[in-house]
Design a protein around this ligand. Structure first.
Ligand code: RIB
Length: 327
């Protein structure tokens, strides 16, 4: 691997001049800069990132703490982050916390030891121990005190309930996401408000997690507990797909006997047959916008909006019945 000394020797300048040119710090004449660039190209030289980060005490790395990498929602957020960060010359380190506080602390330590320039976290409460690193909270944002980007859960819960109410709702089940994640309660509150305004009876069905592992068991339990359910407002698409599978296995017709609306619009939802109606979250934009704010924080640039709430939309597909008036 070529070193900075090789570049200096070929360019006919000092190592200090090459270092200033690489780190864009201090004066370098146009003539010297051109000679350095030519030498870098000829030697196919690239700076040693660890050495550079030790020199600058900040790497070009960004940490992203996420709760569950197997849930398709989070890779979409990561893609938005990566696209923006790559534009700004940063690279991403993923910290898949898998909802374990020990892993969360371990990744925060790793980020700090690697001199990351900043951290994005979709882990609820993740802001508590950022060890002084600049950060932005994404998606699972418990309070508006911190820099954050998230989508409108109350609107999402309301849209899901409205979609069911307009389609001969019958017996309605509202799946409540894990109560230790504040957005679960905001979504359910949005649904409950619409159901009660329309005098629709409903039952709440608690779920312990958003993850695949618990969704299949929850689906079996839900259809055993509510065998006559006609409408289900699911806590996320993974649960909605698990309920659809269990209903089809039991010979229940979707949407004629049981209609279902999910939450997230993960890429698999439109591939299911029947395709899953759902609340689409702007996952990519949450990541991209969060990365934009974090870059501004790192570079000390002004930030117009500290807390950004993005709208959600209802994606109507085959798992919802036709609207009453359409019949
Ligand atoms: O499906 C996973 C859920 O957790 C999503 O609704 C997303 O908002 C995340 O917080």
């Amino acid at each position: 691997m070529k070193t900075i000394k090789d570049v200096a020797s070929l360019a006919g300048v000092s190592v200090a001049t090459v270092s200033r040119a690489l780190n864009k710090s201090g004066y370098v004449s146009e003539k010297s800069r051109l000679k350095v660039e030519t030498a870098i190209k000829e030697l196919d030289f690239y700076p040693n990132e660890v050495a550079r980060s030790l020199y600058q005490k900040k790497s070009k790395l960004i940490g992203f703490l996420l709760p569950d990498i197997s849930n398709p929602f989070f890779p979409l957020v990561a893609k938005g982050i990566e696209d923006k960060m790559n534009q700004m010359g940063y690279n991403l380190i993923l910290g898949n916390v898998q909802e374990s506080s020990d892993k969360e602390n371990e990744y925060i330590r790793t980020f700090s030891q690697n001199n990351v320039a900043g951290v994005l976290s979709a882990v609820e409460g993740g802001f508590r121990n950022m060890k002084g690193m600049p950060f932005v909270m994404l998606d699972r944002v418990a309070s508006n005190k911190e820099y954050s980007v998230y989508s409108d859960d109350y609107q999402g819960g309301s849209l899901a309930a409205q979609a069911v109410v307009e389609r001969n709702p019958g017996e309605v089940i509202v799946m409540v996401g894990p109560r230790d994640i504040s957005k679960s309660l905001v979504r359910s509150a949005g649904s409950i408000k619409v159901l009660e305004e329309n005098n629709i009876n409903y039952h709440l069905f608690e779920t312990e997690s958003f993850q695949f592992e618990s969704a299949e068991k929850a689906a079996v339990h839900l259809l055993e507990k509510f065998p006559k359910a006609n409408s289900i407002i699911a806590s996320n698409d993974i649960h909605a797909l698990a309920v659809m599978r269990e209903a089809i296995r039991k010979g229940i017709k979707i949407p004629e006997e049981l209609q279902i609306v999910g939450y997230d619009d993960n890429p698999y939802s439109k591939l299911m047959y029947p395709s899953l109606s759902t609340i689409a979250q702007p996952a990519y934009q949450i990541g991209y916008k969060g990365a934009e704010i974090l870059c501004a924080r790192i570079e000390g640039k002004p930030i117009k909006e500290k807390n950004v709430q993005l709208p959600v939309t209802l994606e109507i597909r085959e798992s919802l019945r036709k609207k009453d008036k359409d019949e």
